[in-house]
Design a protein around this ligand. Structure first.
Ligand code: HEC
Length: 294
């Protein structure tokens, strides 16, 4: 297996680097990114990229959509997220008080660049900030309650098209470029970049997994994964509705580990920058959270 991976790496290094140009603007990056996938998968429609690997494989799609439409396992977790969202915080206010439109149908605008602070704010960061502002205790970043609230907010935003802005502000561009560098940089003992697996080898198999295209990746986060549900239930000795949930930064950590690189901390500058770039690349694709995945 190792040999196979190394061979893959050798073919990859030829392909890599083609799309990344330091002087490109976010707009031209997005155009090139979409064009690459359009050329690679001429039969996949832009909106279908929200389905991850299921956009590429008909048999898998059919098994998945049946499961997804008939009592999806994340349903109970989304209900819990809704209750938490509407539950008064210690000072009596709810999460709705911190968001435009009371927090409903707004997922597509996150993460966003905040002119006042010069920082990029993810949805999870905004939720935790609101909790603390109203007297509550910060929730853990990668799973559990925070992921459930985020999943509920994503669920209310289904069908809204991702609309990330990178304003012409050097601070916003610096964060965008940091995320872009992360995405194309080779790392870990296996020396793979995100792009090696999710751009140049999207649609190929690796260690028994079909590799999803990075286009549309973020649309369905947080996701509900069977693997995470099993793991959490085994750890606790019983299963619960939030067990399968994980945020995008949880997934980033898992993918960094796959190439034996040390994951970065969730919601710190590195992954926030990656999320900013990664989400911008999916502009125009509809939100479909929470996604159901293996
Ligand atoms: C060695 C190959 C490899 C590398 C490198 C890699 N991933 Fe992954 N990634 C996978 C596999 C395998 C899966 C599970 C199957 C799938 O959905 O692609 C996955 C899944 C994902 C998913 C979930 C897709 C979905 O539809 O739920 C995201 C998001 C993701 N990766 C992002 C990244 C990012 C960002 C990086 C770089 C930090 C990265 N990956 C690096 C192999 C890789």
């Amino acid at each position: 297996m190792m040999k196979k991976i190394l061979i893959l790496a050798a073919t990859l290094s030829i392909a890599a680097g083609g799309m990344m140009s330091a002087s490109a603007s976010p707009q031209s990056d997005l155009k090139a990114f979409r064009a690459y996938f359009k050329n690679k998968f001429p039969n996949v429609k832009l909106q279908d990229y929200k389905n991850g690997i299921y956009a590429l494989d008909k048999d898998r799609y059919e098994a998945w959509i049946e499961f997804e439409s008939f009592a999806p396992p994340y349903e109970g977790g989304v209900e819990v997220g809704k209750k938490l969202f509407n539950k008064p915080l210690p000072n009596g206010k709810t999460l709705a008080s911190c968001f435009k439109n009371g927090g409903i149908g707004i997922r597509q605008n996150f993460p966003y660049f905040d002119k006042k602070t010069g920082k990029v704010i993810t949805l999870e960061a905004a939720i935790n900030k609101c909790i603390v502002k109203n007297g509550g205790k910060k929730l853990k970043w990668k799973k559990g309650k925070l992921a459930a609230i985020s999943a509920y907010m994503g669920f209310t935003s289904r069908g809204k098209k991702i609309n990330i802005k990178v304003p012409n502000d050097p601070r916003a561009l610096a964060i965008y470029n940091r995320g872009k560098r992360h995405f194309y940089a080779k790392r870990g003992q296996l020396n793979f970049s995100c792009a090696d697996c999710h751009v140049y080898n999207a649609g190929s198999m690796i260690r028994g997994n079909l590799l999803s295209p990075a286009l549309g990746h973020v649309t369905h986060f947080p996701v509900w994964r069977k693997k995470w549900a099993r793991k959490t239930a085994a750890k606790k000795g019983k299963s619960g509705p939030l067990d399968g949930f994980g945020t995008l930064h949880r997934r980033y950590g898992g993918c960094n580990k796959q190439v034996r690189a040390k994951p970065f901390k969730a919601q710190k500058a590195e992954y926030t920058a990656l999320e900013y770039f990664h989400t911008y690349m999916s502009n125009g694709i509809a939100v479909n959270a929470p996604g159901l995945r293996q």
